[in-house]
Design a protein around this ligand. Sequence first.
Ligand SMILES: [Zn+2]
Length: 104
Amino acid sequence: MEDVDAAKNQEQPKLLDGNELVYLGNGWRATGGTHGWRMSPGIYFKCVRCGYLMSAESTEQTDFCFCGTMSKDADAGRFGSVLGDDRIEVYRTAPKRQSESGAR
Ligand SMILES: [Zn+2]
């Protein structure tokens, strides 16, 4: 399991490096779903405890955050947090703007 965690640890900064995260809200309603979590590429769920960002791109891959609060169970088709849906932060990635100054 340590190898998996190490790989996940490396993924996180890469994600933040190349993308800007736009906060959409808390809970499944923030994903635009009408009756549950809507999984789609570019959407990430953040654990409020450990800060792990989980991709919503695939529902076919079981994933856990570092502290185990937030989990995605591919076999059961479930996703959630032991703290409750409202304790999951939803983000959308947007390409990072290259220039901070805005000068051309
Ligand atoms: Zn966590």
